[in-house]
Design a protein around this ligand. Structure first.
Ligand code: FPP
Length: 249
């Protein structure tokens, strides 16, 4: 079947009234994709950007309100210096090249993570991209950069305590903690996608994915297409979400 036909067939199965509000993605397998082709790892990351475009476009087209992508973790600093440098370069290239397209698709960019620890030129490009897409009202695309869920929870607790000292009162409940997470402006993900077959959360949004549906595919991230994203939504819509209760019977 041609890819256009396949896509139309998949789209017909999507219930647009029950789309996930927030999709989060662990983009994994760039290195393996490159290795299979005897290419340097960075070629895998570069191909990964194509897949980023696919996922972003699919969400924007369908009307999914929030998409969050795990682009660089706090643990990724352990990688060879050259790979980190090239990844940061790719990110800067993406930010510069993509602003026009993001604006065209009415997409607003956001970031989560310890952004102040990123190289200064990356921070400057991020600020510029955030500012230039701030007025957009469509898809909210969040990049997790220098992100780690444990770091986020520690930062949130530290923030809570600092606030408590200033206000003379300390309320610790779910709502209070939530208010201090990097994701305070985002709903919790309904659907968490992970590519390349690994069954791990890898320190991603640990608090927020408490009740997310998890969808794992063997497909390596650079091969991920709009059709894969649509398939994930179709499968998600077949699941019964119970949030610890008994469901609707
Ligand atoms: C995982 O593959 C991927 C990453 C650590 C980085 C993800 C980055 C991109 C997709 C490109 C840049 C992103 C943006 C938004 C500009 P891996 O290297 O861990 O793969 P492996 O497990 O097969 O080695």
């Amino acid at each position: 079947m041609k890819s256009v036909e396949l896509e139309a067939q998949l789209l017909a199965q999507v219930d647009l009234d029950r789309l996930p509000r927030h999709i989060a993605v662990i983009m994994d397998g760039n290195g393996r994709w490159a290795k299979r082709r005897r290419l340097p790892r960075i070629a895998g990351h570069r191909a990964g950007i194509r897949a980023v475009r696919q996922a972003v476009e699919a969400c924007a087209r369908l009307g999914v309100p929030y998409l969050t992508l795990y682009a660089f973790s706090v643990e990724n600093w352990k990688r060879p210096h050259t790979e980190i440098k090239l990844l940061m370069g790719l990110l800067r290239e993406y930010l510069k090249k993509e602003i026009a397209e993001l604006n065209k698709q009415n997409i607003r960019l956001g970031v989560i993570g310890r952004i102040s620890e990123l190289p200064k030129p990356v921070q400057a490009d991020l600020e510029n991209a955030l500012e230039r897409t701030a007025q957009n009202t469509g898809l909210r695309l969040t990049l997790a950069l220098n992100y780690g869920a444990r770091a986020e929870l520690l930062d949130a607790v530290r923030d809570l305590v600092t606030h408590a000292k200033q206000n003379g009162a300390l309320a610790i409940d779910e709502a209070a903690l939530r208010e201090h997470l990097y994701t305070r402006d985002l709903p919790d993900p309904d659907l968490l996608i992970r590519t390349s077959g690994e069954l791990r959360l890898s320190n991603f949004l640990l608090w927020q994915v408490a009740y997310s549906e998890i969808w794992v595919t063997e497909t390596l991230w650079p091969d991920f297409t709009q059709q894969d994203l649509i398939q994930a939504i179709i499968d998600y819509q077949k699941r019964e979400r119970r949030y610890g209760g008994l469901g609707l019977g």
